[in-house]
Design a protein around this ligand. Structure first.
Ligand code: PLP
Length: 373
C-alpha cells in the first residue's frame, strides 16, 4: 500500500519531470562546468540555462543567483557572509534552526543578536529598527504563518539594515517576486518544491556585499567554491517552473482541503486547537494540538502504521520529544506543544485523502485516550 504522504513541509517527492531533466546530466553530460573543452561547455550551458530560468521566475538577474547545497548552506552564506566582524543581526525566535544556530555561532564571535517581539500567533509585533542584518522567514515551516516580508524589509532598510529572507517554505507555494519583496538576500531549497535534495539557491542583490565562506575554486562568481551540482541544479529549475504554475488555483484548492480536514478533525476531537489560527497562513499547512496531552511521536508512529505520514510541531532529539522552539516562542504551554501534529499538503491531494487522514487521526487519538496515555 502506498502511504498517504502529508509531510510536504519536511520534503516533497521529486517531480518526474525534474527527474527526466536531470538524467542526461547524471550520465553522458558528465562534464565539469569549469572545464574549457566541449564536455565542460555543455555542462556550463545547462547550468547557465537553469540560472536564467530561475531568475525569470524570481524576478531578478541571473548574475544575482548563487547555487548552494541547499537552504541551510544558502542561509549560512547570507548570515556569515554579511556579518564580518561584530555587526548586528536582528531576527525572531520562530526562525528555522539554520538561522537561529548560525546566529548563535556568530554571537559567540561577537555579533550582537537581537530578537523582534512576537504575539501568541507568532506574528512579529515590533519592527526592525537598527542597522546590521535583519533575517526573517517568509513562511514558518511549522505553523505555516506568513510574515509580511515587503513591509519588514522596508522597515529594515529605513533603519539602515540589509534584509535576508528565508524563502525556503514559500517558493513554489506563494508568489515570490524579489523585486516586490525588495529583499537584499533570499534563500531557497529545491527539495521543498519537487526538486532534488542537496541543492539550493542564494539570491544576492547586485549592491549587497558578501564574503565567501568556503575557500577553493572560483565558482559562482567567487562566492561559493566547489564544483556545481549540475544535475541537481537542472532538476531544481525544472521543478521550480512546475511549482510556480497555477499557484493561485493550487492554493485555493489546498485551502478547501485544509478546511475539510480541520472540519472533520474538529467533529471528532473536541477541544482541538489550531496553532497560529488567527494569523495569515499558507494554505498547505495545518498544525493542530490535541487535548489530553497525547504525545506527538506516539500519534505519528500510530498513523505511520495506518499508512499516513505526518509530522509534529516538535523535534525528536536523542529519543526524547523536545517541545518545538517555535511554539515555545509563541508562548504555547508545553503540554499543548508536545501534543501537536502537522499536516502539510502537496498538489496531488484530494478530498478522499483528507477524509482518510482525519479518520485515522481520530481513531489513533481515541485509542491513546482510552488507554490513558
Ligand atoms: N529554512 C526553512 C524554513 C526550512 O523549513 C528548512 C528545511 O526544513 C530550511 C531552512 C533548511 O533547508 P535545507 O533542508 O535545504 O537545508
Amino acid at each position: 500500500m502506498t502511504p498517504l504522504y502529508l509531510d510536504y513541509n519536511a520534503t516533497s517527492p521529486l517531480l518526474p519531470q525534474a527527474f527526466e531533466a536531470m538524467k542526461p546530466w547524471l550520465t553522458e553530460g558528465y562534464g565539469n562546468p569549469s572545464s574549457v573543452h566541449r564536455a565542460g561547455q555543455k555542462a556550463r550551458a545547462a547550468l547557465e540555462g537553469a540560472r536564467e530560468r530561475l531568475a525569470q521566475l524570481l524576478h531578478c538577474k541571473a548574475s544575482e543567483l548563487i547555487f548552494t547545497s541547499g537552504g541551510t548552506e544558502a542561509i549560512n552564506l547570507a548570515l556569515r557572509g554579511t556579518t564580518e566582524g561584530a555587526k548586528r543581526i536582528t531576527t525572531a525566535k520562530t526562525e528555522h534552526h539554520a538561522v537561529l544556530r548560525t546566529c548563535q555561532a556568530l554571537a559567540s564571535r561577537g555579533t550582537e543578536v537581537e530578537f523582534l517581539e512576537l504575539d501568541a500567533e507568532g506574528r512579529i509585533t515590533s519592527l526592525p529598527s537598527k542597522d546590521g542584518l535583519v533575517s526573517l522567514m517568509h513562511v514558518n515551516n511549522e505553523t505555516g504563518l506568513i510574515h509580511p516580508i515587503a513591509a519588514l524589509a522596508e522597515a529594515a532598510h529605513r533603519a539602515g539594515a540589509i534584509f535576508h529572507c528565508d524563502a525556503v517554505q514559500s517558493f513554489g507555494k506563494l508568489p515570490v517576486d524579489l523585486k516586490t519583496l525588495n529583499v537584499d538576500l533570499a534563500s531557497f531549497s529545491a527539495h521543498k518544491f519537487g526538486g532534488p535534495k542537496g541543492v539550493g539557491l542564494l539570491f544576492k542583490s547586485k549592491k549587497t556585499r558578501l564574503l565567501p565562506q568556503m575557500t577553493g575554486g572560483e565558482q559562482e562568481g567567487k562566492l561559493r567554491a566547489g564544483t556545481e551540482n549540475v544535475a541537481g541544479i537542472v532538476g531544481m529549475a525544472a521543478a521550480a517552473e512546475l511549482a510556480c504554475r497555477d499557484l493561485a488555483t493550487t492554493a485555493a484548492k489546498q485551502l478547501l482541503l485544509r478546511d475539510l480536514l480541520l472540519g472533520e478533525l474538529k467533529k471528532c476531537v473536541p477541544g482541538l486547537k489550531v496553532m497560529a489560527a488567527l494569523a495569515p497562513r499558507i494554505s498547505n499547512t495545518l498544525l493542530v494540538s490535541f487535548p489530553g496531552g497525547v504525545e506527538s511521536d506516539l500519534m505519528i508512529m500510530r498513523l505511520d502504521q495506518e499508512g499516513i505520514l505526518v509530522s509534529a510541531g516538535s523535534a525528536c532529539a536523542a529519543g526524547a520529544v523536545e517541545s518545538s522552539h517555535v511554539l515555545k516562542a509563541m508562548g504555547v504551554p508545553d503540554v499543548e506543544a508536545r501534543s501537536t501534529l502537522r499536516y502539510s499538503l502537496g498538489r496531488e491531494h484530494g478530498e478522499a485523502d483528507m477524509l482518510k487522514a482525519a479518520q485515522a487521526t481520530e481513531s489513533a487519538w481515541r485509542a491513546f485516550r482510552k488507554a490513558g496515555i
